[in-house]
Every structure is written in C-alpha cells, then in structure tokens.
Design a binder for this molecule. Structure first.
Ligand SMILES: Nc1ncnc2c1ncn2[C@@H]1O[C@H](COP(=O)(O)OP(=O)(O)O)[C@@H](O)[C@H]1O
Ligand SMILES: [Mg+2]
Length: 220
C-alpha cells in the first residue's frame, strides 16, 4: 500500500474514472472496488461532483438547475470546484492518509473536458482552479473509458436509475459530447503515464480485465 508517490509518503492509491455518460464508469468503479476488497486492500468508492453531504448538495444545484435563469459556464465551473474542494478535504485526503485507496467516478479531468473543451472556458484558468480545489492532489492513475457519445447514450436510455430523465449535461447536443470526448483523448495523449485509455465499447468483463491488469500494478 505504498507508492513513491507525488501525493505523500505512505498512503492509499488514488484512482479516477473518466468518460462520457453511459461509458460504464459506475459499473467499473463497483467492479474494481470489489476486486480490491477481495484482495484485502482497504478501498472506498466515491464520485464527483459529490461524495460528501455538502458536495452532493452542490451536485444537485449544478446538475438539476432548471434553466429559467441561465447558469453561466464560469458559475458552473466554480460550483464544480467548490464541490471538489470539499470532497478532497473531507473525504479523499483523510482516507488516502489512513492508507485507504480511493476510487473516484470523475475528477478534475472532467472539468477540463466539460467546462474547458466543451463550454470553452480558458484551459489555464481551469488547470489553476483544479489544482487549488484538489489541494494539488493528482490521481495515481486515471482510466478513461472511451466510447462514442451515441453509444453511451444508447446505454443510459435503458439505465434504471435515470431512465427518461436528462440532467443539464445529458441534454446538451451531440456536438458538445464530441468535444468532451476529443478533449479527454487529448488529455490522455498529453499524460500517457497517468491517463489510460480503455475501449469501453466492449462487454463489462473485458473492460474490467484491462483495468485490473493496470490497477494491480499499483498494489505490489
Ligand atoms: N460494457 C458495457 N456494455 C454494455 N452495457 C453496459 C456496459 N457497462 C455498463 N453498461 C450498462 O450501461 C448503462 C450505463 O452504465 P454506467 O456504469 O451507469 O455508466 P456511467 O456511470 O459511465 O454513466 C447501465 O445500464 C449499465 O448497466
Ligand atoms: Mg455513473
């Protein structure tokens, strides 16, 4: 449970999942959590925006806002970062420091892809805010579950938890989601050591096997 890590001396491993709606993030987070626990590795799963009582309230504001008054991209960005700063300090860092590994469904790469790549906010501003909100925490490894947006949405249409309901992001046009995908792939080519692209258009077990092969390398 050690790494020579940029995030401290001895701590849990911080793993994040990225990708569009319907890529299978929630599915793969659950499978990886189960895999680590079976190996006797203390681990916890969480998500962004959210992961604490306060941050989940901010999630509801960001995702559920009805649009009678436009939410400006900058407002959306700062709400995401507010949720993150709470989540990192209240949930993630205390666990990592206690040697518990944390698996997070979305993290700061989503902010670059959605608020930057798709909404068009300046990348440098986002990177600076990400670093501030995350208290300089960087994932040890990030799994980018890559899938065409159309294929992702075909899956979420059938998903029981959200059937027939679209949040503000899902309601965006397909071009928005193509920009998100392009930005995620750009991030992966810029940081190939951290961000691992996984072909998410395959069956869940095939995706899980690829993830485990990489994740296990952090727990030797
Ligand atoms: N590899 C896969 N192939 C087909 N369907 C999948 C796969 N992974 C997940 N699903 C299903 O697709 C839907 C979306 O998956 P989910 O894990 O909720 O994605 P995300 O969290 O990325 O939005 C769910 O109904 C889930 O059961
Ligand atoms: Mg999900």
């Amino acid at each position: 449970m050690t790494n020579d890590g940029k995030n401290g001396v001895k701590h849990g491993i911080f793993i994040t999942f990225e990708g569009p709606e319907g890529a299978g993030k929630s599915t793969q987070v659950a499978l990886l959590l189960e895999h680590l626990r079976q190996k006797g590795i203390p681990a916890a799963a969480t998500r962004e925006p959210g992961g604490t009582v306060l941050a989940e309230k901010i999630r509801d504001v960001v995702k559920g806002h009805d649009g009678a008054e436009k939410m400006h991209p900058e407002t959306e960005l700062l709400l995401m970062e507010a949720a993150r700063s709470q989540h990192v300090r209240e949930f993630i860092l205390p666990r990592l420091e206690q040697g518990v590994s944390v698996i997070c469904d979305r993290f700061f790469d989503s902010t670059v892809a959605y608020q930057g790549g798709a909404r068009g906010i300046d990348r440098a501003d986002i990177v600076q805010l990400n670093e501030f909100a995350a208290a300089k925490l960087v994932p040890d490894v990030t799994f980018l579950l890559d899938i065409a947006p159309e294929a992702g949405f075909a899956r979420t249409r059938d998903r029981v938890e959200t059937a027939g309901k679209f949040d503000r992001f899902e309601a965006e046009k397909i071009e928005f989601h193509r920009k998100v995908r392009g930005c995620f792939l750009e991030l992966a080519s810029a940081e190939p050591g951290r961000v691992k692209v996984i072909d998410a258009a395959r069956d869940p077990q095939a995706v899980h096997s690829d993830i485990v092969r990489i994740a296990d390398g952090f727990f030797v």
